[in-house]
Design a protein around this ligand. Structure first.
Ligand code: URA
Ligand code: CA
Length: 434
């Protein structure tokens, strides 16, 4: 097979065959096809797109390029959830014990945060001793015993995606819907999911700024899932402001604990119930969203979700006493209140800028491998649409460095716009693509 002919075929807008896609991806991973040829193909895809069949083929080829987690020893439908990345997105911490308490096995591979978005493993490591490094055997055993485990991504999953993503990053071909969709889905499938619930964020803090783009991405992923026999549904949810009120690792753990007790912020609670209900339905444990949400609400009300969280933290070596004494989690020496500069209504919040504020305080990393401070972050007192008086607290910055807190204060104020006229808060859940 002539690689140059395959590139020409895609350049001219034709569909590639399954074999041609295999030739490209296997050849690239094995080093037979150079970066410049794969770059040319990626650019051709950027301009001419891919059919759903090609996109599904590319996904499967990337799955096959590396190890695949075998979850077959876990009984039941393994449903994974994936968010395309947001600010203060505390959902996984809540959902994992919540849906597990409703009888859905949760075998989750998670990552660390980068840039303005946080990562589940970093958040969980707020518990002293918490460990996400384990063998797949131990991971499967824990899910069977407890119903829930979170493992760091150690196995060599989807090396083709890693290589292709690095190439796209430097050739201006990241923002291609079929390439993004196959990249995300390949990782979920390699991680062993039978069914997938996606949370595609849209707005100023999201990868997909425009709602139409987010819907298009959601459709592409749902179609891949349907073609390869992994039922997939996707929510489009708002990221024009951080989710919940807490941004930062231990702060988000506290927020998750509150939510598991039924005292969490309304938006975080709503999104967790919506996502969780779809997970419960895909796992075959309920037929309708109403019935599924009722199960989840019961697991909150009777304390079983929180109890499962305690046992999960303990099972992975963490100090579970902190679940009942969140003040013993890592904290911050400096608490700096950011006061509103004027009377009015919070009209817009730049979620990405606020995420970067939290990063600057030390909650996130600029580069892979940077260390983070689990105790720092931001707690919002006001969100979009809420009224504020001049001098009233908009947010509290938690820091361990007073100079950093002062610097971030100005930056935070720049990320908030206060207006006199009433403003409607952005709609949290925009669509469900099935
Ligand atoms: N996230 C991914 O995992 N892959 C992409 O291509 C883009 C965002
Ligand atoms: Ca949050």
């Amino acid at each position: 097979m002539q690689t140059v002919e395959i590139i020409r075929k895609k350049r001219d807008g034709n569909d590639l065959s399954t074999e041609e896609i295999r030739h490209l991806i296997q050849g690239y991973v094995k080093g037979r096809i150079p970066d410049y040829q794969l770059s040319a193909w990626a650019m051709a895809v950027y301009f001419t797109g891919m059919s759903t069949r090609e996109t599904a083929d590319l996904t499967l080829e990337m799955v096959r390029s590396g190890e695949q987690v075998d979850l077959s020893a876990i009984e039941g439908v393994k449903v994974d959830k994936h968010s395309t990345g947001g600010v203060g997105d505390t959902t996984t911490l809540v959902l994992a014990p919540l849906v597990a308490a409703a009888g859905v096995p949760v075998a989750k591979l998670s990552g660390r945060g980068l840039g303005h978005t946080g990562g589940t493993i970093d958040k969980l490591e707020s518990f002293s001793g918490f460990d996400t490094s384990m063998t797949t055997e131990a991971f499967v055993r824990q899910v069977n015993q407890l119903g829930l485990a979170v493992m760091g991504q150690t196995a060599d999953l989807t090396p083709a995606d890693k290589q292709l993503y690095a190439l796209r990053d430097v050739t201006a071909t990241v923002d291609s819907i079929p390439l993004i969709a196959s990249s995300i889905m390949s990782k979920k499938i390699a991680a062993g999911a039978n069914a997938i619930v996606l949370d595609v964020k849209t707005g100023n803090g999201a990868f997909m700024k425009e709602e139409e783009q987010a819907i298009e991405l959601a459709r592409a992923m749902v179609e891949i899932g349907s073609r390869i026999g992994r039922r997939t549904v996707a929510f489009i949810s708002d990221m024009n402001q951080p989710l919940g009120r807490a941004i930062g690792n231990a702060l988000e753990v506290k927020e998750a604990i509150d939510t598991l007790k039924g005292d969490g912020p309304a938006d975080l609670t709503r999104l967790c119930l919506a996502l969780g209900a779809q997970m419960v339905i895909l796992a075959g444990k309920a037929d309708t969203p109403g019935e599924a949400e009722k199960r989840l609400e019961d697991a909150i009300a009777d304390g079983s979700a929180l109890e499962l969280f305690r046992r999960f933290v303990k099972a992975q070596g963490g100090d579970a006493r902190a679940v009942d004494d969140p003040d013993s989690l890592p904290g911050a020496d400096v608490r700096l209140e950011v006061a509103a500069p004027s009377d009015g209504i919070v009209a817009t919040m730049d979620a990405e800028a606020i995420g970067l504020c939290a990063m600057q305080l030390g909650a996130g990393r600029e580069r892979k491998g940077d260390s983070i401070d689990h105790g720092v972050g931001i707690v919002l007192s006001k969100k979009t649409g809420e009224a504020v008086r001049r001098g009233e607290t908009l947010a509290t910055l938690y820091a361990n460095d007073p100079d950093k807190a002062e610097q971030v204060k100005g930056r935070f104020l720049n990320a908030i716009e206060i207006r006199e006229d009433p403003v409607k808060p952005p709609r949290l859940i925009r669509a469900l693509v099935t």
